[in-house]
Design a protein around this ligand. Structure first.
Ligand SMILES: [Fe+2]
Length: 385
């Protein structure tokens, strides 16, 4: 996140002696990205964060591909993904390519028995149902319906859920997830025409420090495998840090829509960018106000990107038979557009209550076996009169 943040105790000068009351040194860690060229933070631990006792199981969690080369539009009924107790077991990759995994997850239990770290990917976790607390070694974030949680790669975390009724839409990205460049000035500050600003970004404010030694299980995700490692010190033993690399939250309800006299294209809804896909937020807004405007989108061809829409809430004007929790996949290479009747239906309407998250990937997505379990196989015919 291009915003400086400081939490807990840190010494006045980096890379200098920072001592505890007993005279011993805190252990400094540079937590950086893109070699030494990306955003980073400097952390101070009670103990050296390198103390591995044991390496136990290593197993694949690679998604099983059902269709590697897909030109079929799909509708996935996301809420049909069964709820599971364990947080990692509950995460089902439904669409994937070499840049990202798109995941549906319905975890019932809090993640407290072990610690989790994704070493390869930033995780963007959208909270569709549920509330709780994301606990990380760089501080905690309360979350609720509508929040995006941005968890940078390498972040050690656990999750508390308030109830067992949780629905998450998650994107794992192998390239860093940033706010859109065109909404930032040369210094990184969000510009006046950005649909959100720094005040909308929630940074960790609560840092819990556990000065404990023992055996602490960490499940580390790397290269589509989970590797179980046992550490000798509690992973949440940071007493303070500063820098630009930390988890944060942003609510989709704080996204201020950009509207116009005629239909505005998807980039006005853009919320996050990476080198390999974009994320857009479709939020309740006034429709176009030209006297002859057509609020429904025109037919359009995704020649360069697969388009994934995750429907959250409201009435989805351009689609027939779409409910909350559904995903539509419109693959690159063929046009799609409003369903029969939707264009006429939209004329004269003044506002929409729709809430949806869109992920447009620049490389084609593969459809997984988990996706086909919840797929409507006839959706591609739904544009016929
Ligand atoms: Fe589209």
């Amino acid at each position: 996140m291009p915003l400086y943040h400081k939490l807990g105790k840190i010494p006045p000068k980096r890379h200098t002696q920072f001592r505890k009351e007993d005279g011993s040194l805190y252990a400094e860690q540079l937590f950086g990205t893109i070699g030494f060229d990306g955003m980073y933070s400097n952390l101070y631990h009670e103990h050296r964060p390198t103390q591995v006792i044991d390496i136990r199981d290593q197993y694949s969690v690679a998604p099983k591909i059902a269709k590697a080369n897909n030109l079929q539009s799909y509708r996935l009924r996301g809420f049909q993904v069964p709820a599971e107790d364990d947080y990692l077991d509950s995460r089902k990759v439904v669409l994937t390519n070499s840049d990202c995994n798109i995941i549906l997850s319905a975890p019932k239990k809090s993640l407290r028995d072990y610690f989790y770290k994704n070493t390869d990917a930033d995780e963007l976790i959208f909270i569709h149902k549920g509330s709780g607390k994301l606990r990380t070694f760089m501080g905690n974030l309360d979350f609720k319906y509508g929040d995006y949680l941005l968890v940078p790669r390498g972040m050690i975390y656990q999750v508390d859920f308030d109830t067992e009724d949780n629905r998450l839409f998650i994107v794992e990205s192998y390239s860093p997830i940033y706010t859109p460049k065109r909404y930032r000035n040369w210094f990184g500050q969000l510009l006046e025409h950005s649909p959100f600003c720094e005040r909308d970004i929630r940074k960790p404010q609560e840092l819990e420090t556990f000065n404990e030694q023992g055996e602490f299980l960490m499940k580390v995700k790397k290269q589509d495998e989970i590797i179980e490692m046992v550490y000798a010190t509690h992973p949440f033993d940071v007493v303070g840090y500063d820098g630009y690399n930390y988890p944060y939250a942003f609510s989709i309800h704080d996204f201020e829509p950009i509207t116009g006299r005629i239909h505005q294209p998807p980039p006005v809804h853009q919320t996050f960018e990476t080198d390999t896909f974009v994320v857009c937020s479709f939020v309740p807004r006034l429709y176009d106000y030209h006297p002859d405007s057509i609020p429904a989108p025109y037919n359009h061809s995704n020649i360069d990107s697969d388009e994934v829409l995750y429907y959250v809430d409201g009435d989805f004007m351009s689609r027939n038979d779409i409910d909350a929790g559904h995903i539509s996949l419109h693959p690159a290479g063929i046009p799609h557009g409003p369903h029969p009747g939707a264009t006429e239906r939209s004329i004269g309407q003044v506002k929409t209550d729709e809430l949806a998250v869109m992920v447009d990937t620049f490389k084609p997505l593969k459809v997984t076996e988990e996706a086909l379990k919840i797929a409507d196989d006839t959706y591609f015919q739904s544009w016929l009169d």
